[in-house]
Write a protein that binds this ligand. Structure first.
Ligand code: HEC
Length: 186
């Protein structure tokens, strides 16, 4: 009688264990499904985020492409080598000018120096170059360079080669030197 009871108990226990195992498996599968769903959802959210931020990044990029013309766009170095150097070699190299076209070339060169001076008054796009341009020395040398270029234009209008040579050597060259002495090595 006792052993029969035990046998029944054992059968019941085994049956219960099987039921619990089956339930557990079911729960595990359910959990796995939820996890998968979350992974998918996270992926979706990521994608949505990327698509939503796309127009914003494009906007930021076009904003960067649009140059802000209130600010200097060239460094001082670029202004020197691209805008100042070519016309000054025209002015300093002017010799035995004959045709109006030759004189006109010198006048255009002087106008280019004035344009560069106009830019230099603002300073350059390089680090700290706008702040440097607020210094009195900088503005003085720059104004001297501009007024020297005006003297060159006057000499051109008079077709006076001696006056042109004086303007080039005695007026235009010194401010270049003075400004470089103070600022070029900084
Ligand atoms: C208001 C100040 C100022 C004046 C005026 C000026 N310069 Fe300069 N220049 C500079 C500074 C500052 C540098 C150094 C830039 C750098 O290396 O970042 C420089 C550099 C140069 C350079 C070297 C560029 C390079 O590629 O390294 C040349 C060439 C030059 N200047 C020519 C001239 C000539 C010619 C004149 C006169 C007609 C002149 N500059 C007048 C400030 C000036």
């Amino acid at each position: 009688m006792r052993s029969a009871n035990l046998w029944v108990l054992r059968r019941v226990a085994r049956f219960l264990m099987q039921v619990i195992k089956a339930e557990l498996r079911f729960v595990k599968i359910a959990c796995y499904r939820v996890e998968l769903e979350w992974k998918d959802r996270r992926k979706m959210i990521k994608k949505m985020f990327i698509y939503m931020s796309l127009p914003l990044t494009m906007l930021a990029q076009t904003a960067q492409l649009q140059d802000n013309t209130d600010q200097p766009l060239l460094t001082v170095k670029q202004i020197m080598s691209a805008i100042i150097t070519p016309p000054t070699s025209t002015i300093w190299g002017a010799y035995q000018l004959q045709s109006d076209a030759q004189w006109q070339e010198v006048e255009n060169a002087a106008l280019t120096v004035i344009a560069a001076g106009n830019l230099l008054a603002m300073g350059g796009a390089g680090e700290g170059e706008q702040k440097t341009a607020t210094e009195a020395d900088w503005q003085t040398f720059n104004r001297q360079m501009i007024s020297a270029a005006r003297q060159v234009i006057t000499a051109v209008q008079l077709r006076d080669e001696a006056a042109l040579s004086n303007a080039g050597n005695d007026a235009l060259y010194p401010p270049c030197e003075s400004c470089h002495q103070v600022y070029q090595t900084r």
